[in-house]
Design a protein around this ligand. Structure first.
Ligand code: MN
Length: 292
């Protein structure tokens, strides 16, 4: 296949932090930055990034209390620290360092998300990403489900001076473990200083890079450092990353769903009527029950 270069559109500094509950100190890139709207980044409709931050010890785990979701998936990626969650369907678990929880909220869940108890007691550095991935209209009211992407099932690919942890989609001949409802590529790329990696995605796919650690150049034209987000153009297929230091880069590239988006708070549907229905169902207790 003949490919043409995919160029950098913009590089964004992390926006000012805000707290989600008392446990998540996040920079909201999507949709907070006007150039990173839900429509532009479709199907990535929300990206909150807790850059590396020290939380002191506490006996009362910090976090966010019971809240609903409907119409999309939440993908939580832990880099430092551990996150515990409980939901209204009796499901609970812990997301450890290097692990990912892919929660398909779909028709609706109530859940709460906290720093894991032992991590809270000791305190420590906390760094994580929460992404919301939109669902096609046909799947918005599916039964909720979970995929735990752990050290055991994440796809590890080792190349010269580069290690890839493939979460979803493809890299060359490899595929990631996450089952998705549209074509989504998601990977953490660990590069040693001076390593180089060529990546290729269809030009129509919305593509961005979040630098978790280190410093990289993209196509030899742009430099990005830790905590910056690189938005790629939809002009071509291939681009090259070079690491100036040991670096970790979260790579996201997905096919846009191209359906209408009606979003309000924790609900992302296709129409205003469906949003109102979501609020009514929530008020009527149809998302189940969960104690705070
Ligand atoms: Mn949530």
């Amino acid at each position: 296949m003949n490919t043409s270069p995919k160029n950098v559109e913009s590089i964004f500094n992390p926006p000012p932090v805000h707290m989600v509950g008392d446990g998540f100190r996040v920079h909201n890139f999507i949709p907070g930055i006007p150039q990173l709207s839900m429509q532009r980044m479709d199907p990535f409709i929300m990206l909150d990034y807790n850059s590396r931050y020290y939380f002191p010890p506490t006996d009362n785990p910090r976090g966010v209390g019971v809240h609903p979701h409907r119409g999309f998936e939440t993908v939580t990626i832990a880099y430092h620290g551990r996150i515990a969650h409980h939901d209204s369907h009796g499901h609970s678990g812990t997301i450890g360092e290097g692990e990912v929880q892919w929660m398909t909220a779909a028709g609706g869940v109530l859940h709460k998300e906290y720093h894991e108890r032992e991590f809270s007691k000791l305190g420590g550095d906390f760094q994580m990403v929460q992404l919301w991935v939109n669902l096609p209209a046909a799947n918005k009211m599916d039964k909720p489900s979970y995929q735990a992407i752990t050290r055991d099932n994440i796809r590890q690919i080792t190349l010269d001076n580069v290690r890839i942890e493939l979460i979803a989609g493809r890299f060359r001949e490899w595929t990631g473990p996450a089952k998705t409802h549209s074509e989504i590529n998601m990977a953490n790329v660990m590069m040693n200083a001076d390593a180089e990696l060529a990546l290729e995605y269809p030009s129509t796919f919305n593509t961005c890079l979040l630098v978790i650690e280190g410093e990289i150049t993209i196509n030899d034209t742009h430099k990005a450092v830790a905590n910056q987000l690189v938005l790629m153009k939809n002009d071509g297929e291939s681009f090259v990353l070079k690491a100036q230091k040991n670096s970790i880069v979260l790579v996201l590239s997905a096919e846009p769903i191209k359906e209408p988006i009606a979003a309000h708070g924790p609900f992302v549907m296709n129409s205003r009527a469906e949003l109102i229905q979501a609020f009514e169902d929530f008020q009527d207790g149809k998302f189940g029950a969960l104690e705070d």
